[in-house]
Design a protein around this ligand. Structure first.
Ligand SMILES: CC(C)(COP(=O)(O)OP(=O)(O)OC[C@H]1O[C@@H](n2cnc3c(N)ncnc32)[C@H](O)[C@@H]1OP(=O)(O)O)[C@@H](O)C(=O)NCCC(=O)NCCS
Length: 141
């Protein structure tokens, strides 16, 4: 798709230590490798952009497989950002979710990235965060 990169949509042979590194360097929650691997393996769609064998971009969606889905953990390593990889990840995820409502919450400041992909701000979106105080201090709620 983009020269020098490969898109993979299954979790076999994925180095989840490196997936954790991508999430961490992109500023997303620093969970353990085991928990991250479980989340991706239990997801409806997982997308990995590889440079060689190394994941440099990731993303996933959960879904009922019928009409509702949610997108999580979209991240690209800082040195690979701005090349269109984020766009490829979202396109690949949305392609796997035809005729479904797709919900997500953006990192504060990243809303435009999703608006360009057809996502709109919700008026009634609600979430019960595990750590509401932290998420409030970060500007999510
Ligand atoms: C957000 C992120 C995934 C985008 O990936 P990327 O590969 O750099 O994005 P792309 O190169 O595919 O850019 C696609 C478009 O979104 C825009 N865009 C990219 N990052 C953006 C940002 N942080 N804010 C607003 N717009 C952004 C680009 O300008 C581009 O616009 P264009 O189509 O008009 O040229 C990546 O910057 C990242 O990992 N950021 C840190 C983690 C994060 O915030 N993840 C989102 C969690 S909700």
């Amino acid at each position: 798709l983009i020269a020098g990169y490969k898109t993979v949509t299954n979790c076999q042979e994925i180095d989840f230590n490196q997936v954790r590194e991508v999430l961490k360097q992109a500023g997303l929650a620093a969970r353990s490798v085991e928990v991250i691997e479980k989340a991706f393996k239990n997801s409806y769609t997982s997308v990995f952009i590889l440079s060689g064998d190394n994941p440099v971009g990731v993303g996933r969606a959960i879904s009922d497989g019928a009409y509702e889905a949610g997108v999580y953990d979209i991240a690209v390593l800082p040195e690979h950002q701005g090349k269109g990889l984020g766009r490829v990840i979202i396109d690949e995820i949305c392609k796997s979710l035809p005729n479904m409502n797709i919900i997500l919450y953006a990192m504060p400041g990243v809303e435009n990235f999703y608006q360009k992909k057809g996502f709109a701000k919700m008026h009634t979106g609600m979430i019960r965060f595990i750590n509401a105080d932290l998420m409030r201090s970060m500007g999510f709620i």
